[in-house]
Design a protein around this ligand. Sequence first.
Ligand code: ZN
Length: 138
Amino acid sequence: MNQMLKPVPAPDADSRPFWDGCRDHKLMVQRCTECETFRFPPHRFCPHCRSEQREWVEASGKGEVFSWIVVVHPVPREVYAGDVPYVVSLINLDEGVRIVSNIIDCDPHAVEAGMRVEVAFQPARDDIVLPVFRPAKG
Ligand code: ZN
């Protein structure tokens, strides 16, 4: 029987600083150095002022749940059978950008809009560390 592996992201030139940050347990986002607008995912141009000037900065790692689903059926990815139920969420970071991630360490059915969350980091494979979120403490 084939051993199925969960897919992991493949960093490219644009996203490499983000994944390097995750490995160091830092949630990195791009910020325009012209108008200071944060942007995520990484992009060459600022969506606000179109500048190509940018830097990577460490985000607070804090935000709130905007939307979410509870995955209860692993098909077509049977490799996730041991994980269900799990939460896939759109999270608004305090920096004003939105990230897709999982919410862990809570009852999936207790997740609600506006719930405060904070980043945590989970080693995956191939040197990839995934950012996930858990209910914020205090
Ligand atoms: Zn800008």
